[in-house]
Design a protein around this ligand. Structure first.
Ligand code: BG6
Length: 490
């Protein structure tokens, strides 16, 4: 077919990505406490452009979730039963040649409410077994400490990340897992998509919007994310102390925004929109708030309380690498009101006429990945890690049991080419972990039918099915890509 060959660096970390709350299931087993993820409901019919309907939650809905045992309505509770089936899944990842697998540790398996004095041994043991099983297969764990799964107790009784004490509770959790998994885990991430706090505050910082005065919400969210920045810096500090040689990354949703055209006002709008996305990583990489955010606070009378020493903590404990998810690009326009809109689970924006959209309305843009990589590297000069990227789609199981997902192969081919081209352009890329390398429950709508994997899991949206795993056509294709270190993308 004549696909251009790219040279990926020796030791490039090819693999896949998951999050515990979307795949483990076993939501109330072995002492696990309830997390915010256990409250998110199955929403098959929401208009993807209706952002609030997709992500919003009320205090009443949280109460209902707490009083319900349903795993049909609350899909993350069943996941794909990774908790009991991880050995078989790791065998498949090993067969594909994975060098790394991104997983997360559910805080609620270790400290069920966040407050306990002693950790839950069964939870600790589970992750120890998991990491050992990965190492045995030559798969390096890449572990997220906080992936949309904070203890519900803290959301309900500590106003999520608003209360300062939550930093200490989180650091207690971090120190516990660093001490336990020293020697097993080298690569860590603090907060998944830390920039999502305004888009879905409940999943990220445990804030249920209708519990607070509307006019105070922005300030509350800024305070929560400030506390997360401090927690991220402290986690980095203790990681470096407790596991010498280990590396910490921040994790950003790279929502690259183009100007609609070269109208100077559109250029400026796109620049400012991108700057707002960057600010979260700026703090974790440069160790200080950019002035435009501080000015914004002044203008809008937003009071964010800094604890004594916060500035120094941020400055002294910056991250070792920058990781990000990449799914789509956006367009900014000064005439946005009059324009057709598109969406994603991440943002809404003006439609880009040059791009196709997925069944869920996400704009597919491989070139944007090359752009994002160059841009991020020029800004931060730190190694980059693409820890999420992928195509959510409905897959068809043929009569003979095969799943011919050529659309997924094409998607990955183009995105991997973009990474190869960025590397050729001088960007330092550590690795690539496509999202949902095995089908799992969707973060935004709890659908199982929105599938990302190289491996099909026989579960429907309500959690019914055999949970049997099956290789899709893309499985063998990705295996070949890894085996040739990205040289053969045909
Ligand atoms: C990212 C999240 O935003 O997007 C993942 O980190 C999520 O948790 C992924 O699953 C894809 O989104 P969705 O809504 O299709 O599952």
């Amino acid at each position: 077919m004549g696909v251009k060959q790219y040279q990926f660096p020796e030791g490039f970390l090819w693999g896949g990505a998951t999050a515990a709350n979307q795949c483990e299931g076993a939501w109330n087993e072995d002492g696990k406490g309830m997390s915010v993820a256990d409250c998110s409901t199955y929403k098959p019919n929401v208009d993807p452009k209706d952002y609030v309907a997709q992500h919003g939650i009320t205090g009443k809905q949280v109460e209902e979730a707490m009083n319900s045992d349903s795993t049909e309505l609350y899909g993350k509770r069943h996941g794909i039963d990774f908790y009991h089936r991880y050995e078989g899944d790791l065998d498949l990842f090993q067969e594909m040649g994975f060098k790394t697998l991104r997983v997360s540790i559910q805080w609620t398996r270790i400290y069920p409410t966040g407050l306990e004095e002693e950790p839950n041994e069964k939870g600790l043991q589970f992750y120890e077994n998991l990491f050992r099983a990965m190492k045995k297969r030559g798969i390096e764990p890449l572990v997220t400490l906080h992936h949309y799964e904070m203890p519900l107790y803290l959301a309900n009784h500590y106003d999520g990340w608003y209360r300062r004490e939550v930093i200490d509770l989180f650091i207690k959790f971090c120190k516990t897992v660093f001490a336990r998994y020293k020697g097993l885990v080298k690569y860590w991430l603090t907060f998944n998509e830390i920039d999502s706090v305004f888009r879905h505050p409940f999943t990220t910082i445990g804030i249920v919007p209708d519990r607070y005065p509307k006019e105070k919400l922005e300030e509350i969210i800024y305070q929560c994310v400030h506390n997360q920045f401090v927690a991220s810096a402290l986690a980095t500090k203790y990681l470096h102390q407790l596991i010498p040689g280990a590396q910490m990354g921040c994790m950003l949703t790279r929502t690259l925004t183009y100007p609609e055209n070269c109208h100077p006002q559109n250029m400026l709008l796109a620049l400012k929109t991108n700057r707002e996305n960057f600010y979260y990583a700026d703090i974790q990489v440069f160790g200080e708030y950019p002035r435009h955010i501080l000015n914004d606070w002044k203008r809008n009378n937003i009071q964010v309380e800094f604890g004594p020493g916060d500035e120094e903590i941020l400055k002294c404990h910056t991250v070792d690498f920058v990781s990000f998810s990449y799914y789509m690009t956006m367009v900014a326009s000064i005439d946005a009101e009059k324009k057709e809109k598109v969406c994603g689970n991440l943002a809404t924006g003006v439609k880009n006429p040059y791009l196709d959209v997925t069944e869920w309305g996400w704009q597919v843009d491989p070139t944007g990945l090359q752009y994002a990589l160059i841009d991020l590297y020029d800004r931060y000069r730190k190694p980059l890690f693409i820890v999420e990227n992928g195509l959510g789609s409905k897959d068809q199981v043929e009569a003979d049991g095969s799943i011919i997902d050529d659309y997924r192969i094409e998607y990955f081919r183009q995105h991997i080419e973009a990474i190869g081209a960025a590397i050729e352009d001088g960007v330092d890329v550590m690795g690539y972990t496509p999202w949902g390398c095995i089908d799992l429950v969707s973060m935004s709508t709890c659908q199982m039918s929105k599938r990302y994997g190289f491996i099909y899991v026989d579960v429907d949206d309500l959690g019914h099915g055999t949970y049997e795993r099956r290789k899709k056509k893309s499985f063998d294709w990705y295996k070949k890509v890894i085996a040739t270190n990205g040289a053969d993308l045909d």
